[in-house]
Design a protein around this ligand. Structure first.
Ligand code: GLN
Length: 538
């Protein structure tokens, strides 16, 4: 029998429900159970691909090319598993499916309604993931907060699942904020009480509460929350702010959450093995040798826009026992002359030019890359960052003065980056990029080949419409650029480097999506090595 754990949120969104869900998964995984996780997003977009990073944070790309919510990234990193696009269910997908079915005449004669048609579709999608993954436990996190109008059909669906799957196979965990008043320093529980009441009003009695708060939950507030939630105090857990997000599972384990869940779901409560995880956190906390990384992008005000890259840097740093200092540079400011493009180079040991779309900030990034080349600063350009590295090489080393990507200047005389052939006739924006993992053939005797430990074929995930234009490759190579990897199927340029430079790598795919706490992505590790002046590959 599959066991389902449903995680709802109260009071505010962005209180760390995704990390809490991922942490619960780790506690069960470390007890020897297999786990998968689903994120439900009640918005009407079909997927996160069409949303601005400022609204939604990073778009996390799955192995099978889903453009999903960033929480899937937390699940993959904490649980060290690959998820599918099916693990992100949105209201958009559910309604689209039901309405298309209605148009086909599949419901002929019936009135199509939220209950049962939408709720049935929700349950069927959750169960499909359960069946497909075959795991012991399926975590289902409902995005947003209890009380949101859009979220109601999803809460109704999980309420029904309790009835259908049985009490012993379902558990409701409510994560809510217990704020601390800045004036009196008091820990307040009223918002939690209200959100639990709202949950019970729609027929869901939580089995446990996890109170997010700046500091550990005190006894009196715990007792109060328990009373109002109709629970014993042992069912109320505290999830205070921590220094490193990877500590959350340990904080919860210490309070007995893992055993509590096992007992509640009638699972044998085995001794959890968290030793490697604890080791990892020790390494993160002990590291004191600083390595400074200049992060150049255009969504730098919201760090969630680049969360997988930030985590990838942290994983690599932990492996090398160094402390990463991330300094952020807004490319638009450089372009407008408000920020000197030498700064990211001067103030750091390495520079990352981040992924992106569109014209804004592009010239600023190119200016930075020009300085990176001149001062031989270790550099990693990811996706758009790689494409702009090629533009910079074209302009400043290969003599193609106004070279550009046609994404930025459709009339450039040297379109060194151009639309992928199969993108030319695409007229819809959702889910139409080159997406997901694909095999890449690495070229011997290149730096990237060494960094990937001499592997001939590797897999990385993609999300792009433009590519290096093969027409200009000869000229670029003659000026010092090296192509270090091609896509196996179509011969697209996947990695480039520069010959006379200690570490200059452009990556068309996104290596950050494969990085895990204890399995850092090779390119990030190599960059951090180069940043310390040691050879990037052993
Ligand atoms: N805008 C570029 C493209 O579509 C790069 C995309 C990205 O950085 N993810 O090819």
């Amino acid at each position: 029998m599959t066991k389902y754990i449903f995680v709802t949120g109260g009071v505010l969104s962005s209180v760390g429900k995704g990390i809490t869900t991922a942490s619960i998964g780790l506690l069960l995984k470390s007890r020897g159970y297999s786990v998968t996780a689903i994120k439900i997003d009640p918005y009407l977009n079909v997927d996160a691909g069409t949303m601005n990073p400022y609204m939604h944070g990073e778009v996390f790309v799955t192995e099978d090319g889903g453009e999903t919510d960033l929480d899937l990234g937390h699940y993959e990193r904490f649980l060290d598993i690959n998820l599918s696009k099916r693990n992100n269910i949105t209201a958009g997908q559910v309604y689209l499916e039901v309405i298309q079915r209605e148009r086909r005449g599949d419901y002929l004669g019936q009135t199509v309604q939220v209950i049962p048609h939408i709720t049935d579709e929700i349950k069927s999608r959750i169960r499909e993931v359960a069946k497909g993954s075959g795991t012991d436990i399926v975590l289902v996190e409902i995005g947003g907060t209890v009380g949101d109008i859009e979220g109601l059909p999803f809460l109704e669906a999980i309420r029904q699942m309790r009835l259908e799957e049985g009490y012993e196979n379902t558990m409701f965990i409510h994560v809510a904020l217990a704020p601390v008043l800045s004036t009196t320093g008091e820990q307040k529980t009223k918002p939690v009480q209200h959100s639990v009441q709202e949950l019970r009003r729609i027929g869901i009695q939580p089995d446990a509460i996890i109170a997010r708060s700046p500091r550990p939950l005190e006894d009196e507030p715990r007792r109060k929350i328990a009373l109002y939630a109709n629970l014993p105090p042992e069912a109320v857990f505290s999830n205070p702010d921590v220094e490193v997000i990877y500590e959350v599972p340990l904080v919860l384990e210490k309070q007995g959450l893992g055993s509590y869940i096992a007992k509640r779901l009638r699972l044998e409560d085995k001794e959890p093995d968290l030793s490697a995880w604890i080791d990892f956190i020790e390494r993160v906390k002990r590291a004191d040798k600083k390595v400074r990384i200049g992060m150049v992008g255009k969504y730098t005000k919201l760090k969630d826009s680049y969360i997988s890259i930030i985590e990838a840097v942290r994983h690599a740093a932990a492996a090398l026992r160094v402390k990463p200092i991330l300094n952020w540079y807004e490319a638009t400011q450089i372009e407008q002359g408000k920020l000197n493009p030498i700064k990211p180079v001067e103030e750091n040991d390495a520079v990352i030019v981040l992924p992106g779309f569109g014209r804004r900030g592009a010239e600023g990034k190119i200016e930075v890359i020009k300085n990176v080349i001149e001062y031989k600063k270790p550099f990693l350009g990811i996706c758009f960052g790689m494409q702009l590295a090629v533009v910079t090489i074209a302009r400043h080393l290969a003599g193609m003065e106004s070279a550009n990507s046609t994404e930025i200047d459709p009339n450039t005389p040297y379109p060194v980056i151009d639309l992928l052939e199969d993108q030319r006739f695409v007229d819809r924006l959702g889910g139409t990029m080159r997406l997901g993992a694909a095999p890449i053939m690495l070229i011997s005797n290149t730096l990237v080949h060494k960094v990937y430990n001499g592997a001939e074929i590797i897999y990385e995930r993609h999300r792009h419409r433009y590519e290096v234009n093969p027409k200009y490759l000869d000229k670029l190579v003659a000026s010092g650029m090296v192509v270090s990897g091609y896509s196996l199927d179509r011969g697209l340029v996947e990695f480039i480097e520069l010959r006379d430079h200690p570490f200059f790598v452009g990556s068309q795919p996104h290596p950050e999506f494969h990085s895990r706490p204890m399995k850092p992505a090779p390119l990030f590790k190599a960059l951090l090595r180069a940043a310390q002046g040691i050879p990037p590959a052993e």
